[in-house]
Ligand binder design. Sequence first.
Ligand code: 1CP
Length: 333
Amino acid sequence: MNTKFSLPVPALVSVLEGKQIWPPPVWLMRQAGRYLPEYREIRKTAGSFWAMCMSPDLATEITLQPVRRFDFDAAIIFSDILVIPYALGQAVRFDDGIGPVLDQYPGYDGLGEDPGLWKQRLSPVYQALEQTRKALSSTKALIGFAGAPWTLAAYMLEGRGSVDQRAAKLFGYSNRQEFSRLLNRLADAVASHLIWQLEHGADVVQLFDSWAGGLPDQEFCDWVIGPTAKIVATVRDVVPGARMIGFPRAATQNQYQLYASETGVNCVGIDTANSISWAISTLGGRIAIQGNLDPIALIAGGDALDDAIDRILSAGRGHSLIFNLGHGVLQET
Ligand code: 1CP
C-alpha cells in the first residue's frame, strides 16, 4: 500500500492550473518592502538594499515578513529584477533617494555569456528560495520572478531608474539587429534564472515587464511578445508544466490580447488603468487573470477601497482570479 501523504496544493497554484477558487488567493506585488516597519528595521542595519538581496538569511526573513503579518496566499522571493544585468557583468548599485544606478552598458560583446558564472552570481537567490520554501507553510505558494528582456534592456541602456524607455527605443530603432541580439541574450539569462528558481523551490514564476506600455504594436510584438514566448518555451522544455505569470504593464487591450494568446503564460497581470472586467471577459476564458487594485486606493482605505475591491471580486466571480494590485505597494501604505 502506498502510504505517502500528498501535500495540499496552494490555492494560487490551483488557479494557475485553471481552477476557480473562492475567495481568490491574494498576494501583492512588492509586498515586502519599505511600507513595513519590520523591513525598515532590517534595512537600518543591513547596509544596503543590495546586501539584503544577496544575503540568503536576510532575503528569507524579509520574504516571510508580509506573509506572517497579513497571511497572504503567496510569498514572493525578496530580490530585484536588476540581478540579471549584474549576472551579465553590468554592475548595479542602489543609491538612497535615487534608486538603481547601473554602470555604462558594456555593449553586446561585453555581456557575460557563461551560464555557469550567471548561476554562481545568482546563487544567493536560489539559496534564499530553498530556505524560504522550508520555512513556508505548504498551503502557501512561493513565487520566483525576473524582469522581462525589454524592461531589463530599458534599465541597462538608460543606466538608471524611472526610465522613460527613450534610450532603449532609440537603440532599438537605430540598431534593430544588435538590439534583438541583446534581447535574445537577456531571454537566455532570464530563462535560466527562472529555471534555477523553479528547481530551488519556487512553485510559480512571474515575469515583470514594467515598461511594456507605450510601444507601437510592431515593437510590442518584436520586443515584448517574441522574447517572452521564447522564455516560456525554454523554461517549459526543462521544467514541463512550469506555471508562469506575465505582467506587461500598461499594454493596450489589443496588445494584452496578443500577449495572452501568443506567449504561453498561464496568467496575465492586469495593471491599474486597464479594466479587469474587460480582461476577464476577453482573456479569462483561456488563462487566469491577476490584478488589479490601484495601489493608491490601498493608501486611501475606507469606502473607496471597499468599493474598488468589490468591483474586482464581482468581475472575477466564477473565473480563475488571483487578487493583486495593478502595480507595486507604495512606501506610504
Ligand atoms: O529598501 C529599498 O530602498 C529598496 C526598495 C526596493 C525593494 C523593496 C527595490 C529597489 N526593489 C525592491 C524589491 C523588489 N523589486 C521585489 C521584491 C519582492 C516583492 O514584491 O516584495 C520585486 C518583485 C521587485 C521588482 C522590480 N524591481 C521591478 C518590477 C516591478 C515594478 O515595480 O514595476 C522594478 C521595475 C524594479 C527596479 C527597482 N528596484 C528598486 C527600485 C526603487 C526600482 C524601480 C526604479 C525605478 O525605475 O524607478
